[in-house]
Every structure is written in structure tokens, then in C-alpha cells.
Design a protein around this ligand. Structure first.
Ligand code: AHR
Length: 507
């Protein structure tokens, strides 16, 4: 059966800019994300540039990925950057104790990461070590990366073959300091964030955007402690007057009581709807953090960053539990599309988001086969690609006048999720039908500016459990969406559990 929904979009009322950095990524030394995912080494048969997989780079370039966070995650607070520079054969090894207790040989380090960002055309987001590092270590890493002219760290960088400083816009001050990053209390970490941020200096014309390690989910007390600490008071030598420019939080989606408890592909209908409810609940979490921040920073100068988000299922059978390798279905695609609708609505405070993680870990864009090296694009990849038109576009208000809904426990769940934006002479509409059984006929009244439909695209599957494998790489892939226009009304029919985009040309 088919249900109906009605939406109004004001094409002539532009809101805040949706930063492209809401489409950011995250790559940790975890399982096969770096090793086997991005990095195969120079001697691999897989085509590579300086050891970096070119097929992965090509696929990600189509997403226009704006930034890449590295080296963790929990790994960041175990990582000592000096172990990852200089001749590879001389680099010391370490144990990656968080992720599989495996030996990390440091063959992928600072220079390799910066080369990867160059190939991707992505801004580096380097996450420094507070948990087991020192202020000096972090300060010198910033100097090594970003300083020109003459200095001890510049000489070291030159000796390792890089003359010019790199540009590093984003800098993380530790990670999950309440947990794997040191099990600190909020006030303790808040003071450390001020201290570390003080010594992460702007060298030459490189200006760091310092991001303090934030809350888990809706831990508002953590955010409040950081907001109390962010402003530099009397005797302040930093400029502008904030020690750090943004505060992060992490939010993972699951279908039960906690992460890693339900399977990626063999879920029940109840688990599907629980996933959608959990996905959309990030709206409440962002709203709550924003309200706390508004009380201390009404002009919204401090950014909110969701630098880890995505689904967290049980690992695939037969894989190392510490490697967090999971399949990715049409359900994951809808988690991504609904997150983006929410992110767009919060574009004024939310300045960056990073999906966890880009390749082979958690909600990945790309899965690579450990034996053959074959590469598969996931349904989530296609959502990022179809939504590319929202990067740096201006939010358009979309009003859902009517939609079918259901409930998950006591929580009502609207089955249509929408967002819209405008850039130059075009607009992009994103629509998700979350219903498992019913198709959804959506009538959109597009007011304010005459338009033509440039393209309609659909990401749908027979079953929300559908996923791509090396044998069936296009089981979930974009196809054409039929669109009908009468006057200012656009009509589309979305199959169950489907995502669609409509690109408009505005006159
Ligand atoms: O993304 C996997 C892990 O999840 C990260 O290392 C950590 O920050 C979070 O707990």
C-alpha cells in the first residue's frame, strides 16, 4: 500500500550555511581501516601511490570529502608521533592495546597521513595525545607540521624529506577523556584542555581550530564544564579569547540497549525501527548540547563537533572482535540520511561531523576484501555521494505538514525525514521514507522561486537488509527517481525504506 505525506519548502528563505565539514570522515589505526584499507605499502600489487591505495582515493574523491580525522579515537591517546616519522624500517613498533592487541609497526605516520590528505583534497584533522602524551610532545607535533623558516622541529621535518610546512586547520585535544583517553573527570580535563590548547600554537599563517574532547551522547555536565573553561579571562594572551574553538561529542546508533549487541544484516523489523528512532534521537542530543552552549555563548562563537557518529553492530562472524568490521545495509544508509537531515537543521551551531569510520570499520563507506583486495562501495557511501550538493549550501526551511508515523516504545517516529538546501542557482531536496511496508507518495509545495527538476535519484532495495559484496557490488546503488510537477507541486513516490534526492534548477 501507499501512504501520503505533504511538505512545504521555501525556496526563497535561506538559512545558515551547511558546512561541508558536516560530511567529514574519520580514520583510526583500528583493524583494517589504515592497514589494508587506506594503506597497502609501496610493494603491494594493488595500485598505489607511495603505499596509499588509489582505488580507495578515487572512490572517496567522488564524495568530495572535506576533512579526515586521524590517528584516533582511542588510539590517539596511545600514539606518540615521533614513532611514525623517519625511515620506515627504523620506526619502533608498539602494541595497539585498544584494538585487537596487535603490533602496530608505525609504517603509516605523519608524512603518510599528510600525503593521503593531499591525494584526497581533504583538510587534515589531527587528534593529539592528552591521555599518555605530554604538552611538549603535542606542541612539537604542531611545530613539526605547520612551522616554516628555521626551528628544531622544522629541521627534523626537513631531514625527513619535507621542506614546506603543511596546512593543518583542525586539531583535536585528546579523545574521550572521560573514557579511553584517561578516565578523567570533566573539570580535570577542562583544565588540561586549556593547558594543551595554550601550547598548540599558530605558526606563520596556519591557524588552528582547536577541538576539545567532548561528551558521550547527552552528557551535558561534560559540555557545561568545558563551556565554563573555554573563555580566557584576565591576563589572557590568547586571541581570540577562547582557548579552544569547538567542543566535540560522540554519538553511536544501535538497535538495542547498547553498541555492538545486534547484527548488521540479520535484524528484525523491531530492531530496524529501534535503529531509526535512535538515529533521529541525535536531534534531541544536539539540541541539548546547544542549549547548554547558548547559555555561555549566546553569539555561537564556539562550535559543536560530532567527530564520531554512525552505527555500531556486532562484528561479522569470523572476524577479530577488536577490529570492528561490520557489513552495511540499506538500514545504515537511512541512518546516514536521517543524521544528515538533523545535522543540516543544526547548521548554525554544528560545524563539523565525522563518520566512524571511512574504510572497513563500523559504518564504512568502503569495504575491502582482506584476501583479494576487492573494493565494495556501501549503501552509506551512496548517501554521502547523493547529498554532495548540500556541501556549503544554505539551508532551506522544510515544513512537514503531514506524514505517517509509528512508535517505538513510547517514542513517536515520523516515517518521513526531509531536508533541503540551496546553492547558487540550484537546490537539493533529500527525502527518506522510513516505513518498512508502505511506499510513500510525497507532495512537495516548492514556494518562492520558479524551478525545474534537473535530476531525481533513488537509493532503494527489495529489503532493508540488502547490502553490497564483491559478488553483488550493486545490490544497493542509486537509480532514477520519477518526478511529476504540476505548478509549484512536485510529487514523488518513495518505495519502503528508501532514500531519494531531487536536484532543482532555480530561475
Ligand atoms: O570509533 C571507534 C572508537 O569509538 C573510537 O576509537 C573511540 O573514540 C570511540 O569509543
Amino acid at each position: 500500500t501507499t501512504s501520503e505525506a505533504r511538505v512545504v519548502v521555501d525556496l526563497d528563505v535561506t538559512g545558515p550555511t551547511i558546512s561541508r565539514h558536516l560530511y567529514g570522515h574519520f580514520a583510526e589505526h583500528l583493524g583494517r581501516c589504515i592497514y589494508g584499507g587506506f594503506w597497502v605499502g609501496e610493494n603491494s600489487e594493488i595500485p598505489n601511490e607511495g603505499g596509499i591505495r588509489l582505488d580507495v582515493v578515487e572512490a572517496l574523491k567522488a564524495l568530495g570529502i572535506p576533512n579526515l580525522r586521524w590517528p584516533g579515537g582511542c588510539f590517539a591517546d596511545d600514539y606518540h608521533w615521533r614513532d611514525g616519522i623517519g625511515p620506515r624500517e627504523e620506526r619502533p613498533s608498539m602494541i595497539n592495546s585498544h584494538w585487537g592487541d596487535v603490533v602496530e609497526d608505525n609504517s603509516f605516520g605523519t608524512h603518510e597521513f599528510m600525503a593521503l590528505c593531499d591525494l584526497l583534497g581533504a583538510d587534515p584533522y589531527v587528534n593529539g595525545n592528552v591521555g599518555s602524551g605530554t604538552v611538549r610532545e603535542m606542541s612539537e607535533w604542531v611545530e613539526y607540521l605547520t612551522r616554516g623558516g628555521e626551528s628544531p622541529m622544522v629541521s627534523l621535518r626537513r631531514a625527513n624529506g619535507r621542506e614546506e610546512p603543511w596546512r593543518v586547520p583542525f586539531w583535536g585535544i585528546g579523545n574521550e577523556a572521560w573514557g579511553c583517553g584517561g578516565h578523567m573527570r570533566a573539570e580535570t580535563y577542562a583544565d588540561l584542555a586549556r593547558q594543551y590548547a595554550t601550547y598548540c600554537r599558530d605558526h606563520g599563517d596556519n591557524t588552528l581550530y582547536r577541538i576539545a574532547a567532548g561528551a558521550a551522547d547527552d552528557d551535558l555536565a561534560w559540555t557545561e564544564a568545558l563551556m565554563k573553561a573555554v573563555t580566557c579571562g584576565l591576563g589572557c594572551r590568547t586571541s581570540p579569547k577562547h582557548f579552544f574553538q569547538a567542543i566535540s561529542f560522540h554519538y553511536y546508533t544501535h538497535a538495542g540497549d547498547s553498541i555492538a549487541t545486534t547484527p548488521a544484516t540479520t535484524f528484525s523489523d523491531e530492531q530496524y525501527y529501534a535503529t531509526m528512532a535512535k538515529s533521529l534521537d541525535i536531534d534531541r542530543v544536539i539540541r541539548a548540547h546547544s542549549a547548554v552552549m547558548d547559555a555561555y555563548d549566546p553569539d555561537r562563537q564556539v562550535g559543536l563537533v560530532c567527530d564520531e557518529w554512525g552505527t555500531w553492530w556486532k562484528v561479522e562472524e569470523g572476524t577479530n572482535p577488536g577490529f570492528l568490521y561490520q557489513q552495511n545495509t540499506q538500514r545504515d544508509a537511512l541512518v546516514a540520511s536521517t543524521h544528515f537531515d538533523v545535522f543540516h537543521r543544526h547548521a548554525q551551531r554544528l560545524v563539523m561531523a565525522n563518520i566512524a569510520q571511512t574504510v572497513n570499520v563500523l559504518q564504512a563507506m568502503i569495504l575491502t576484501d582482506p584476501d583479494t583486495g576487492a573494493l565494495v562501495l556501501t549503501p552509506t557511501y551512496h548517501v554521502f555521494e547523493m547529498n554532495r550538493g548540500h556541501h556549503d549550501a544554505q539551508l532551506l526551511p522544510s515544513h512537514v505538514l503531514s506524514t505517517p508515523s509509528t512508535s517505538v516504545g513510547d517514542t513517536p517516529l515520523d516515517l518521513l525525514s526531509v531536508s533541503a538546501s540551496r546553492r547558487d542557482g540550484s537546490a537539493l531536496l533529500s527525502l527518506s521514507n522510513l516505513a518498512l511496508e508502505d511506499a510513500l507518495e510525497v507532495s512537495l509545495d516548492l514556494r518562492g522561486v520558479p524551478f525545474e527538476v534537473a535530476r531525481g535519484r533513488l537509493l532503494a532495495a527489495e529489503d532493508p537488509r540488502a547490502h553490497n559484496t564483491p559478488e553483488t557490488p550493486d545490490a544497493v546503488a542509486p537509480s532514477t527517481l520519477e518526478t511529476r510537477v504540476e505548478g509549484t507541486t512536485l510529487r514523488v513516490t518513495l518505495p519502503p525504506a528508501a532514500f531519494a534526492t531531487v536536484e532543482l534548477t532555480l530561475s
